[in-house]
Ligand binder design. Sequence first.
Ligand code: FAD
Length: 311
Amino acid sequence: MASLLERPLRAAILAAADNATVQRAVSRYGMRLGARRFVAGERAEDFLDVTQSLNRDGFCVACGILGEGVKDATEAEDATEQYCAMLRTFAQRGMDANVAFKLTHVGLDIDPNLAYENAARIAQTARDGGNTMRLDMEQSRYVDATLATYRRLCGRFDNVGFVMQSYLYRSVDDLTSMLPLQPNVRLVKGAYLEPPDVAYSSKSDVDANYMRLAEIALTNPGYTAIATHDPKIVDAVEAIIKRERLPLRGRFEFQLLYGIGAPLAQRLVRNGYRVRLAVPYGNYWFPYLMRRLAERPANLAFFLKGALGRS
Ligand SMILES: Cc1cc2nc3c(=O)[nH]c(=O)nc-3n(C[C@H](O)[C@H](O)[C@H](O)COP(=O)(O)OP(=O)(O)OC[C@H]3O[C@@H](n4cnc5c(N)ncnc54)[C@H](O)[C@@H]3O)c2cc1C
């Protein structure tokens, strides 16, 4: 979350994420100049190479194929098939990796039922390989549909998860209402630009709400993914884990984004925790990159330095 001074810059970067001209300019050179820090590459083979090496270092992986806001059913179908193919590859090669995807990538903007059917296909393929999948959480306008889809999937599958964002006022109520399902939830702070009537804007409020959600999730049955690069949150969560005497495996894991917080991730693996890195790949990396730059506007300086140094 950005500090007071960083907030306007954060808003400007996130607004640029929707700007076609910026997108064209950055997409031309971005992968070469700096996107590769956060993205495994544009091809599935790039992703599989990175994942194999991370598995060797003791990390498990969440595969994200970059894409969102799909408006065409064939494209949604194609994304679904790519996720299924990736899950089959994980099973064939014995890789420690699952998938996480956005419902708008598999058709939510076209028809919620299409998105559900595609998500169910991915869940079935994951289950056939003894694996899991997770629905990412997008902008607040998608929360109701995403939670409804998660509930529907839970009626048929026990290998699916979802995400709660601590910047949203509603999240404590949403998580509480999910408790009877013994949910598999990933907790995040939230990566989008949200108005003050739906989301906290100060880091201290977002962090305090994150800890409220962590307390609820970790003290009730289910599985919790603590997804953050914030060492203070990690310390506070470790205190809950010790207090509740939670086993190292089976109740929770830590998650970080590929390219961010490597020393923290390594420390957590050394301490015996299960640590999953979310590794994205694909051509459509521009909005993902913009969200990573917005989270820490200092990243913009590195990115621009790369651009100026090489042009
Ligand atoms: C595995 C995973 C999955 C996620 N899935 C979703 C999702 O489905 N929906 C969603 O809205 N959001 C998602 N996010 C993003 C999340 O909401 C935050 O935007 C992001 O994690 C930054 O918040 P933070 O918890 O690291 O805390 P912050 O308070 O933002 O940062 C804490 C510290 O982490 C480091 N840091 C944070 N971000 C960066 C960065 N970009 N570059 C360099 N250093 C950084 C800095 O040292 C910073 O001081 C996900 C995050 C993770 C780790």
